[in-house]
Design a protein around this ligand. Structure first.
Ligand SMILES: Nc1ncnc2c1ncn2[C@@H]1O[C@H](COP(=O)(O)OP(=O)(O)OP(=O)(O)O)[C@@H](O)[C@H]1O
Ligand SMILES: O=c1[nH]c(=O)c2[nH+]cn([C@@H]3O[C@H](COP(=O)(O)O)[C@@H](O)[C@H]3O)c2[nH]1
Ligand SMILES: NC(=O)CC[C@H](N)C(=O)O
Ligand SMILES: [Mg+2]
Length: 524
């Protein structure tokens, strides 16, 4: 089979930053997929037909028993390979070099590499010749082990104080291996290294949104045929883009189902229904199921139980409506690539599960509906670019993400209707403040959460014993990492005052200054 575009395979050994490798490549218009090392075998390699392979970093040491190893045959594919950190170590280990642990070889964080007298196009743009012997470049390291003997055929192109083989290459086979992490922000020339690597591998940079749209439409038609599809539409960016794309592909074979689970924000249901019925003329079912969801969630306070309960009910509701529209056999969702990657850990991938996203981890095994997920390969910012390509209004594309489980995960502890009402009003005031101050587009996501405690206050000379609220606002590119937004004290003071004055039941407001990691964006 000929592929529509060049493909790069990232073999994941469990690094926390593997996804960033994919991001750097996508920025270069290179199509890539991440697959865990234990899911890639010779048959897979053959079917995938990568034009190049990257080995990620990972927590293991190659000299341990049962250390993760690359798939058989990968070195014989005849395609360029780039090994990063553990990826470098495992390459050396497999190809006849040697790796050691032990004292004095660890580097965590910033380090500087200096070039050797050898030059190679993989380092184009790295060490300007005018810098002469003073040349050095900042990289980000995170290793305890180091390569102590190179595999035959490899040369050293750069060294750092604790990694004598920081940058290595076997030019004849186009194998490259580095000890640092070129994918992270703190390796400023990392992007250039990937660019050089994919150029050497012959990538044309043919992965664009225009191409994606055409291909996605073709694939949807192929997959669905003349069957009916229902699409879970939340009014969020992902499902809206998915719905418009699918509608373009199959027209009125598509019906959208908007589930009001009683966990939506103030006025949200009306807005979504108006927008899609009037503006997009798509058949839309507004399923008011708030009693169903809120009853099931009564007394539930464990975050994972909340998520699984909601995930299951979503499917029940979709199944009910699939039958009602005359037997839809497909369910379309706005699932994105980060959701997919995260869910890999459910079935034995190398990294740990943080939370079950309702649309992936929460799906029951026997659903009876086949999935259509045209955005499965995209990151959030790519979905926004696709939305622009499809002509969705800019105000819509810029909307902050809102999680499927909705306010349930912004109400730590038990959920009650009273708490939800308070939260809805407070959140609306907070977002109104953000918009009034012209900050909405600078912030990636902002919301209020109601804390599971009451505190004492004094208002109008009376004692109050009311709920405390946490405000959250983060900057991010894709939700994988995030930093808290640095509001001014004036803004925070004014917002706290407005919330307490305008929302009955709140007498205290906190601002959450946690980045991700170590926090997550949502509270649960
Ligand atoms: N209230 C809802 N009704 C129907 N489907 C929903 C609802 N909430 C979420 N979904 C489904 O779950 C998927 C994942 O939700 P998610 O919040 O990640 O995406 P989104 O709501 O489309 O976009 P955004 O991330 O911008 O909020 C959605 O794409 C949609 O298919
Ligand atoms: O559709 C969704 N279903 C979920 O179950 C879910 N949980 C978190 N999120 C959103 O994902 C991004 C990262 O959130 P966390 O840092 O809290 O994991 C943030 O944008 C969150 O709002 C979800 N979206
Ligand atoms: N980040 C990594 O890939 C670490 C590799 C290996 N575990 C080491 O400590 O050297
Ligand atoms: Mg959403």
């Amino acid at each position: 089979m000929t592929q529509a575009h060049d493909r790069l395979l990232i073999i994941d050994f469990g690094s926390q930053v593997t996804q960033l490798i994919a991001r750097r490549l996508r920025e270069l218009n290179v199509y890539c997929e991440i697959h865990p090392f234990n899911r890639v075998d010779e048959a897979f390699l053959k079917a995938f037909a990568p034009k190049a392979v990257i080995f990620s970093g990972g927590p293991a040491s190659v000299y341990q028993e049962n250390a993760p190893m690359p798939p058989k045959g990968v070195f014989d594919l005849g395609v360029p390979i780039l090994g990063i950190c553990y990826g470098q170590q495992v390459m050396m280990h497999c190809l006849g070099g040697h790796v050691e642990g032990g004292h004095g070889t660890a580097e965590f964080g910033r380090a500087f590499v200096t070039p050797t007298e050898l030059t190679h196009p993989v380092l184009a743009g790295w060490f300007p010749p005018e810098d002469g012997p003073q040349a050095r470049e900042q990289v980000w390291m995170s290793h305890g082990d180091h390569v102590s003997k190179l595999a035959p055929g490899f040369q050293v192109l750069g060294t750092s104080p604790n990694a004598p083989f920081a940058i290595t290459a076997d030019p004849a086979r186009h194998f490259y291996a580095v000890q640092f992490h070129p994918e992270v922000h703190h390796t400023p020339k990392g992007g250039r290294l990937y660019e050089n690597f994919v150029k050497l591998a012959g990538f044309k940079g043919d992965w664009t949104m225009g191409a994606y749209r055409e291909e996605a439409i073709r694939k949807i038609r192929e997959q669905v045929g003349d069957q009916k599809v229902i699409c879970g539409l939340s009014g969020g960016v992902d499902s809206s883009v998915a719905a418009v794309l699918i509608h373009e592909a199959i027209g009125d074979q598509l019906t959208c189902v908007f589930v009001d689970h009683g966990l939506l924000r103030l006025g949200e249901a009306e807005q979504v229904v108006t927008m899609f019925r009037d503006h997009y003329h798509m058949p839309l079912i507004h399923a008011d199921e708030s009693d169903l969801f809120l009853t099931a969630l009564e007394g539930v306070s464990d975050p994972e139980v909340k998520r699984k309960t909601i995930g299951k009910l979503f499917i029940d509701v979709f199944q009910k409506h699939a039958a009602e529209v005359g037997g839809a056999t497909f369910l379309a969702q706005g699932t994105l690539y980060p959701d997919v990657i995260e869910s890999v850990s459910f079935s034995g991938g190398p990294s740990v599960t943080i939370k079950s996203h309702h649309n992936v981890g929460g799906l029951p095994e026997k659903m009876g509906l086949k999935l259509v997920e045209p955005l499965r390969e995209l990151f959030k910012d790519e979905v926004r670019a696709l939305g622009r390509e499809l002509g969705l209004p800019p105000g819509f594309i810029g909307r902050h993400p809102f999680p499927g489980p909705g306010l349930a995960i912004r109400c730590p502890g038990e959920i009650t209707r009273e708490k939800l009402d308070i939260l809805r009003q407070a959140d609306a005031v907070y977002i109104d403040q953000i918009r009034k101050h012209g900050l909405y587009d600078e912030i990636w996501q902002a919301f209020a959460a109601i804390l599971p405690m009451r505190t004492v206050g004094v208002m109008g000379d009376g004692r109050t014993y009311d709920y405390a609220l946490a405000l959250r606002a983060v900057t991010s590119v894709d939700g994988m990492t995030a930093d808290y937004y640095p509001f001014t004290h004036d803004f925070l003071g004014e917002t706290a005052t407005r919330i307490i004055n305008e929302v009955k039941g709140v007498n205290r407001v906190f601002y959450d200054c946690t980045s991700k990691p170590p926090g997550t964006i949502e509270l649960e």
